[in-house]
Design a protein around this ligand. Structure first.
Ligand code: ZN
Length: 244
């Protein structure tokens, strides 16, 4: 069984389509999405439709939840807030209902715990090794998968509760060792924030017991043009070119 893991698509269908082609080439059996299908980007309806048709499990991100929860939206900065208003107006009832019904945390049948932010705290950011350690110690799962930060991350914890930050760049393969537990973030498909503009995703190969991170180029200019003609905030279009 090979699982493709994607997160934080943010309405960027150009990046999403490139990633899905790559995952098909990688021969994955299932694709899991860790949330934020929409928000920021110019293709919310198309991304909702594609994710609904391609993923076996989809978790709610804070931008997805904010569509129906004014309290969540209240935490957004003005740019995220105006993009969310734009997004809400463009989603049809079917897409909106689907996004609002997404679960916030689900253990996948093959074991990994899938969430958006941190387990039990969907709006929290797992950014440091200490955050990862706290999340791993609060759970009994062998693998925790989370998104939300838009930065790829891999940490493991051994039986002595020592947490290690693992090298996790394009092409890196992490062997899943017995007696260890792991937290992975696949990075963002549609709005990376780790100074790399390429879309990010990961693959877990359960037969080989290994996880790998991948980056892929997409036509950033096509998404930027769509954002500008939609009148979305310019800084959202600009940041895609640098991945900040
Ligand atoms: Zn996000």
């Amino acid at each position: 069984m090979r699982l493709g893991i994607i997160s934080d698509i943010h309405g960027n269908a150009v990046a999403l389509q490139e990633v899905l082609i790559a995952l098909e080439d990688a021969g994955v059996d299932e694709i899991i999405c860790l949330g934020d299908v929409v928000g920021y980007g110019p293709h919310p309806g198309l991304c909702s439709e594609i994710v609904r048709g391609s993923c076996s499990l989809v978790i709610a991100g804070n931008h997805d939840r904010a569509l129906g929860d004014i309290e969540v939206q209240g935490w957004f900065n003005p740019v995220a807030d105006s993009a969310l208003e734009w997004t809400r107006e463009r989603l049809d009832d079917e897409d909106l209902e689907w996004l609002l019904a997404l679960p916030s945390e689900v253990p996948h049948a093959e074991g990994p715990l899938c969430c958006h932010g941190a387990p039990g705290a969907p709006d929290d950011y797992v950014l440091t090794a200490r955050d990862a350690r706290d999340a791993l110690l609060a759970s009994a799962c062998g693998i925790i998968l989370c998104g939300h930060t838009h930065r790829p991350m891999a940490c493991d914890i051994n039986g002595r509760r020592q947490c290690t930050w693992l090298h996790w760049c394009d092409g890196d393969v992490v062997p899943l060792e017995k007696g260890h537990r792991y937290l992975f973030n696949p990075g963002s498909v549609g709005q990376p924030r780790d100074n790399d503009s390429r879309a990010a995703y990961m693959v877990i190969d359960l037969a080989r017991q290994e996880a790998s991170l991948h980056r892929i180029r997409y036509e950033v200019g096509a998404t930027q043009r769509a954002m500008r003609s939609a009148g979305l905030p310019e800084e959202l279009a600009k940041r895609l070119a640098t991945g900040v």
